[in-house]
Design a protein. Sequence first.
Length: 414
Amino acid sequence: MGSYSRSLQTVLGAPGVRGKRVTALSKDGFTDFIQSIVTKKQDVKDPFYVLDLGEVVSLMDKWTRSLPTVRPFYAVKCNPEPALLGALAALGSNFDCASRAEIESVLALGVSPDRIVYANPCKAESHLKYAASVGVNLTTFDSRDEVDKIRKWHPKCVLLIRVKAPDDSGARCPLGPKYGALPEEVTPLLQAAQAARLNVTGVSFHIGSGATHSRAYRGAIAAAKSVFEAASRLGMPRMRVLNIGGGFTAGSQFGEAASAVNSALQAYFPNEPGLTVIAEPGRFFAESAFTLATNIIGKRVRGELREYWINDGIYGSMNCILYDHATITCTPFACTSNRANPTCRGARTYRSTVFGPTCDALDTVLTGHLLPELEVSDWLVFPKMGAYTAAAGSNFNGFSTSAISTHLAYSNPC
Ligand SMILES: *Cc1c(COP(=O)(O)O)cnc(C)c1O
């Protein structure tokens, strides 16, 4: 059995996946799969996701090959779909949780608490007490008040000091304005932790989500090195953990980001015995694994312009356009109006607007998008919709994002 098949077997037996229907996809089987689901949905044409577990296996393989020394802690906030969490757990990933509910959902899969980093630098007291009660003993901090809180409610917790990455200007969603100690705050914070008798075991940072400058990792790893040095100047026990956060995308940029990380680790941490390097990838594992299918529920023709209404939008999965500054795209699946050629290859296209279902005009998903002539009941399929989509959708106007179902499949790259 090849390593892909072995990993796939592991994933099919994973919590969150086991017992669910998982469909094998041939190389061009995606359209057929959508077709088979759509055919079964003649009456209720609700939107749905397809999670490709084969893609998750490939991504883990890619991670392990490119960053062999960096242990991934998947950032649950990016997409908490249980089948994704279970698959990642089975493939050996650990988890970054930011709240009580996220910790609960990971523990519910049977993952042990020492595979969780509670990577929220500012935690509610009740959530922190919960973490203490279940044995989640690794967290981040970037303020004195957090030191006091941790001393009171979870003094056994081991800490990573979160520092502000020196350059997050290339990120789609910079995190620097909210989190991370400034260089001049590092020593006083370490002293505060020392005075509170808390164990600070390392450094964490995040160069911003959807990072485009791979060099940002180098600057941040260099900054982390100076924190390690500051800690030893204070006579603290030797730091052992470097957490390089998220920011990774799975496309062609990943190779570049991985070499930036590897060469910076070589340069700044060349012979650090016992150093554990971890990361908190979210987007990397979630984005390309999910495809969203939405149904066309309305249409209006205004001259050459075509306007369509679909049953998911800005208040649902497509909130990523607002919050994640995402650019999304879609392909037609015209199973009602063009059965012979549902993907409409070669068909004439029109400038089209795609609206979401709520009564707010802001709920506009695409404008000026070229689409063939489609009819009510046809479908629009959005690829790469796994990162920061359903996770942040609402129930506005009675359209419930959390009710969108997920169908499981696996593609075979071989
Ligand atoms: C959001 C977040 C992540 C995940 O970031 P990606 O860019 O999706 O990889 C990781 N760590 C922390 C602390 C976060 O807040």
